[in-house]
Design a protein around this ligand. Sequence first.
Ligand SMILES: [Zn+2]
Length: 297
Amino acid sequence: MPSATKKRELDFSAFPPGAVSEYSTQLCLACIFDVFTKQLGLAPRTAYSEIKRHSPTAEELTAPQASRPYFDSEEKNPRCPYCDSAKRWHARVDTYRIEGGKVTDAARRALLKSLPKAEDQFQLIEKKSDRRTLLFEWLDTLGRNLDFEDDQWLIAATRAYLERREPKIDWAEIFEGVRVVRRSQRLEEGWERERDRLFLAPTLYNEVLFVQYLVSRSHKHGGRTFEGRLTLSELVRRLRYSGHLNAQGITERDQFDVLEKLVEHLVGGEGAVKLYYIVDRRDFLEKVKTVYARYAT
Ligand SMILES: [Zn+2]
């Protein structure tokens, strides 16, 4: 197969869906060349070899708001927001973040082994994090991707949470055609489908309410859930009367202490997590070559 039509996507099918996050950003090579040749006064050739070695940080690649020389754009032919350069100056950089742990270790090693090694086409960044930070990052990303104008977000948030909680289960299939999610009156754990309804055991259902609250809360108005708009004290009262707090061993009376305990339960205890970022530099390496060719002539 000619290399141009070779499949460039990485295959993450061996990973549970909740364990891999994808980020994509544009890198403006005109901006970078400008810094190296005009501001630092390097000859194009030297600039080229410096730029080829450019290894961004995980923060630069995954920030919700990109900053120079990175930018995000949904347009087909975007212009650089900093220097107005056209598309041929832009390289696309894709980043994949894998959460380390028993569920992903084997698949991650196999994937890394399968990647081409030449020319640093892929860069691996390892970072330490912890479960609590990951939970709030996850809520943040989830919140940015939900459309709060459409009540469907409540079901989308439920599915996203269950995918995160039980990554080995095929939730896409379970959620196919679901229109209503309810608290089950008879299940002690797990879930069941009945036509277009999905019933969740009380513990799961209450966790979902809490996640909906967290993802949609604002200082003035509380959060929105399957059970309507709730302030923190209303949510805590509801969880107390439903027996959820007792069942989780949460005896605190103060609502903010209860909130902390609920977060702890959601997080699943303290714990360090290792993050692996795979940075796809292929488009960058190709573009930097053609841009340099243009610069040098
Ligand atoms: Zn630019």
